[in-house]
Design a protein around this ligand. Sequence first.
Ligand SMILES: NC(=O)C1=CN([C@@H]2O[C@H](COP(=O)(O)OP(=O)(O)OC[C@H]3O[C@@H](n4cnc5c(N)ncnc54)[C@H](OP(=O)(O)O)[C@@H]3O)[C@@H](O)[C@H]2O)C=CC1
Ligand SMILES: CC(C)(CO)C(=O)C(=O)O
Length: 307
Amino acid sequence: MKIGILGIGGIGGFIASKMLQSKDKDEIILITKERQKRAIISEGLTLLDGDKSEKVHVIDVVSTNDKIEKLDILFIAIKSYDLKESLKNIRSSISDKTLIIPLLNGISIKNIICDTLNLSERQVIDGCIYIISNKINDSTIRHVGGPGRIIIGGENQTALNTLQTVLEKYDLDIGYHKDIKEILWKKFLFVSPISAISTANGVTFGALQDDAYLMIQCQSLMEEVILIAKKLGINLSHEDIKNTIEMLKKFPYEAKSSFQLDIEKNQKNEKNILIDDVISLGEKLDLDVINYISINQQIMDRYLCVQ
Ligand SMILES: NC(=O)C1=CN([C@@H]2O[C@H](COP(=O)(O)OP(=O)(O)OC[C@H]3O[C@@H](n4cnc5c(N)ncnc54)[C@H](OP(=O)(O)O)[C@@H]3O)[C@@H](O)[C@H]2O)C=CC1
Ligand SMILES: CC(C)(CO)C(=O)C(=O)O
């Protein structure tokens, strides 16, 4: 099996390192930019986790300028703002049999992939990951916290069976769920409000939980996400808000979302999929998302938002 991983940053670097550490492995191909390819060829790939540092030697690392052989499985771990461009670059490595697993945040990623590559929905197996993992430099990734749990799923049971058989040999914590849409919305219920509120106020996950007023605001954002989800037929409830807040407690005090880290560095960021999508869905579905409109404004006032 040829397994590609597109985007070797916080997420792609984490899963690549875990897979490459396995003794019995498939052909794992890391797909990067040219500059990062050179760094990984000369330095290997190092995953830092607490006091541990694990370096793997990488045999197959290609850049999007290289000719890449047809892949059986492709994990996508790119930021949403680079997604379309990078997919176009690796189009020739995707056949009508390649199974694609996006691990990006957001609720519209499958549509973007299918539209960009003109693929059948059955080929794209929705997924998400619960983790905080950051790229330190082109050859070093740090797992900061979070369980690293991956959930994939959907209606294509044949594809899921294949993936389960291929991926079980790796030290990855993977769960399979038929109703993956609900899982993606539950993840979104976590990542969107928490990223928005902590970024708007410049606080870490721990400081957010210490501030009762901010937690009330955070819950108001969650209510708006639930309103939209329900209108779209996704079964989220207030119980999910409780579970989401419980989950927040499992992250380290100093943790920040990838959105906050990007925006603080004045880098391109995923505001479009984390915040703007909620506002436009609210408008489209004629639902009141006043708290999202206001948090969006707070973020724009506080930072110069690079899009
Ligand atoms: N980090 C986290 O803890 C979590 C992130 N997520 C989600 O996962 C997704 C990926 O995030 P994350 O791993 O943090 O992102 P990173 O920015 O750390 O990694 C993305 C990688 O893709 C590379 N890249 C960009 N464009 C291309 C291209 N055209 N061809 C090849 N490589 C390219 C980047 O290179 P360069 O740096 O040079 O641009 C970088 O190495 C996002 O949607 C994020 O929201 C979800 C859960 C947790
Ligand atoms: C909030 C978090 C850490 C949850 O996995 C995340 O998805 C992100 O930072 O993008």
